[in-house]
Design a binder for this molecule. Sequence first.
Ligand SMILES: NCCC[C@H](NC(=O)CCC(=O)O)C(=O)O
Ligand SMILES: NC(=O)OP(=O)(O)O
Length: 312
Amino acid sequence: MKHYLSIKDIDNLSEWVKEARILKSQPKADKNLGANKTICLLFFNNSLRTRLSTQKAAMNLGLDVMVMNFGSEGWALEYGDGTIMNQNTSEHIKEAAQVVSQYCDIVAIRAFPSLTDKEQDEAEVVLNGFKKYTSIPVVNMESSVGHPLQALADAITLDEQNTKARPKVVLSWAPHPKALPHAVANSFVEMMGLQEADFVITHPEGYELNEAITQNATIEYDQKKALENADFVYVKNWSSYKDYGKILIQDPNWMMTKEKLGSAKFMHCLPVRRNVVVEDAVLDSDQSLVIEQANNRTYSAQIVLKKILESL
Ligand SMILES: NCCC[C@H](NC(=O)CCC(=O)O)C(=O)O
Ligand SMILES: NC(=O)OP(=O)(O)O
């Protein structure tokens, strides 16, 4: 594998999950694989988990790590072809990407969507700009369209926690005061498409995700009905996709509660707004898997970096 940009780059999910769980039991087993190689982590947006777990994964593999908060430290980048750069952008992706690639062997990038320009967001200009103008592998640390390191970590968590041949997994929308990206939900849906599971998505009308991603997934607008007999409930807010980037409702009735969760396990990628997205009683119970999901971010990043290093 050269790049890790989406769930589609996983050739065999169950095999990767198995390998990641072995790495989790022996995190330093490949500590020389990345010797004399460097990874650059470029952040255009905030992060806690991705920032630290990807660095930890890289260190477990013996890689040198350079981190840059591009949003606050780098020059404002231009992505347009032929732009007369007399406005606010100082450096073109053509130079920036080539320069960065001279300093490292792998580049990992976090670049959220604008949520104002659907076409530009879906073009993934930052990720694809680096892919186009460098020859080094590119890793997606959450882009406009996907968060495949998160979904791979979620697959590891599901594998560890599941006791059934065909569990019921529900992706449930929740309210949020800010307009949030679709990336986490998109990659989770794509990852669930590769699982033996009864998978249901529930959200209010108007919050349909991109149909190209949900394809044949079951959508149930009645949250109560969707949650019946659930084994795992993955909660996430996203803004409207149809009415792009808009908050259509903030109905607190969609918040996840202990009562609604029943005996299911609770999942969320974090960070989470307590008592808006999910009530304290859920997060503070032993039904919550959120801390272990965050732990598994190290091993999802490590299996990805390992596969890239092995193919260099
Ligand atoms: N990487 C995990 C989630 C990142 C982002 N959440 C956020 O921006 C939440 C910010 C807040 O709650 O203020 C998202 O939904 O894609
Ligand atoms: N889940 C996740 O990606 O968290 P951060 O945004 O803190 O990296």
